[in-house]
Design a protein around this ligand. Structure first.
Ligand code: BG6
Length: 485
């Protein structure tokens, strides 16, 4: 038995344009940074190529053909009783190059139709402005977010879609998982994350300090762009709820050693400055001290600081999948910027998925409490949570009890956080309610959905949609307002 949530709680699911829509060069769309990522696999990173190279497998080019199939796919979401559905606007459908003088009407019309369909079905759109989808042209011509001018391009894009969809969309978020790029520990993942967040690439062997400096500067411009967008959005429609979005994996110390606990704290601070700026409109003390100490204080003007103050977010959107254990590797004098002052070690207390992701439902309750301690009373929306797994179709059915088990345990912990701990969580949108292309690996076979999509890692298959066992289960969860788990 679960705990009953309010009737206005936003149950639903979430996807991103680049992982689902396909139609990468249709309707005037430009090339995005996701369009030049090849397919990888578990332990085999996706390659970032110089433009689109013929003959390579770029899974985001087809996604699950959602651009064509959204009506039937959304009907399946409505059948489960979805109250909300999160997707992103592909920036390159609206501004194909990013610095175009005029938006692309065909792209704008596509999202008019998409949001109309959601509203017709009684499903609240929840929209990400930038989900790993910056125009590739902005990387080639400006060096991605390393260039201050990109702020204005983003703000123009945000203002365009806020104006256009002001009566269709209430819930927005600016940059997806903006703090991912702070992860400089894992070399391969760090390359992917800095690329998807900021459009930055570094030659092999670039010193960590150099990457850190570039990431911090780009991150600052992203935060300024976000704050400007928030202020403009509120001026366009004061009813808008505009959030920042972060991945919030808990960090646990490897032992009771003070050095491990300090390493956890420093690792968190090295990530949480993004949410501090989103929520409080100012950098935390340790960030300022780090910038002073290192001498590579980034280009942060007084005007920027005023912009950050004036554009704080209405809520935090979070993704939660797993947790990590942090072990100090230095003598215990770990600093904010010291990416090598700790390592991530396995947690013997939890199981892992086939992709090695720790399965930690209690970590969700822990994290929600932690966030409420940091930002008391701020509404939180879970906009991603789910279990990437291999599915097998037998006689047209997928018996995905493992997925139900994962989701059930996480929802139960979320409900305790809401009902027993008093945390203001306003929605739960599970990740990939219909199978989509994995962001991290580019695989189709890493599936999260209640709905199976008959496509393989090469994009081959009928594209047919099948309801998995979890489909009926999630429908019951929603109908019972979280009581039947
Ligand atoms: C989040 C991203 O990091 O995790 C999504 O916002 C992504 O885009 C999700 O799909 C799950 O990761 P993956 O690599 O399993 O697709």
């Amino acid at each position: 038995m679960g705990l009953k949530l309010d009737s206005d709680f936003l149950w639903g699911g979430a996807i991103a344009a680049h992982q689902a829509e396909g139609a990468w060069n249709v309707g005037g769309k430009g090339v995005s940074i996701a369009d030049i990522l090849t397919a990888g696999a578990h332990n085999q990173p996706r390659q970032i190529t110089d433009g689109v190279i013929a003959g390579l497998n770029y899974p985001n080019h087809h996604g699950i053909y959602f651009y064509e199939s959204y009506k039937t796919d959304l009907a399946l979401m409505a059948e489960m009783g979805f109250k909300a559905f999160r997707t992103s606007i592909a920036w390159t459908r609206i501004f194909p190059n990013g610095d175009d003088a005029q938006p692309n009407e065909e792209g704008l019309q596509f999202y008019d139709d998409l949001f109309d369909e959601m509203n017709r079905l009684g499903i609240e759109p929840v929209v990400t402005l930038n989900h790993f989808e910056m125009p590739y042209h902005l990387v080639e011509a400006y060096g991605g977010w390393s260039d201050r001018r990109v702020i204005d391009f983003f703000v123009t894009y945000a203002e365009t879609v806020f104006n256009r969809y002001q009566d269709k969309v209430k819930y927005w978020m600016t940059h997806n998982e903006i703090s991912n790029q702070a992860n400089l520990v894992d070399e391969a993942m760090s390359e992917f994350m800095i690329w998807t967040n900021s459009g930055l690439r570094f030659p092999a062997g670039t010193p960590t300090e150099e990457k850190l400096a570039a990431m911090v500067q780009a991150g600052h411009y992203e935060l300024v762009a976000s704050a400007k967008a928030v202020a403009i959005g509120h001026a366009i429609n004061p009813e808008f709820m505009i959030g920042g979005m972060l991945n919030v994996a808990p960090l646990y110390p490897a032992s009771p050693k003070p050095a491990d606990n300090l390493a956890v704290q420093k690792a968190r601070q090295a990530r949480d400055w993004f949410s501090d700026v989103h929520v409080r409109g100012a950098y935390p003390a340790e960030f300022e001290a780090f910038a002073d100490r290192t001498g590579f204080r980034p280009d942060i003007t007084d005007e920027d600081r005023a912009v950050l103050q004036a554009g704080t977010v209405d809520y935090l959107a979070i993704s939660y999948y797993n947790s990590f254990v942090v072990k100090a590797t230095s003598a215990g004098d770990t600093e904010f910027e010291d990416a090598h002052g700790f390592e991530i070690v396995p947690n013997p207390e939890v199981q892992v998925s086939d992709w090695g992701w720790a399965i930690d439902p209690q970590g969700l309750r822990y994290t929600l409490n932690e966030l409420n301690d940091l930002y008391p009373g701020l509404p939180l929306m879970i906009v991603e949570n789910g279990f990437g797994a291999y599915d097998e179709v037998v006689d047209g059915q997928v018996h995905d009890q493992y997925r139900i088990d994962y989701l059930k345990a996480h929802i139960a912990e979320m409900e305790k956080a809401i009902v027993n701990d008093g945390i203001p969580v306003i929605g739960y949108l599970s990740w990939g309610p219909i199978d989509i292309v994995s962001a991290g690996t580019g695989e189709m076979s890493k599936r999260y959905g209640y709905v199976y999509v008959d496509l393989d890692d090469m994009g081959e298959g009928s594209g047919e949609r099948l309801r998995k066992d979890s489909f009926e289960w999630y429908k019951q969860v929603i109908t019972s307002q979280g009581v039947t788990l």
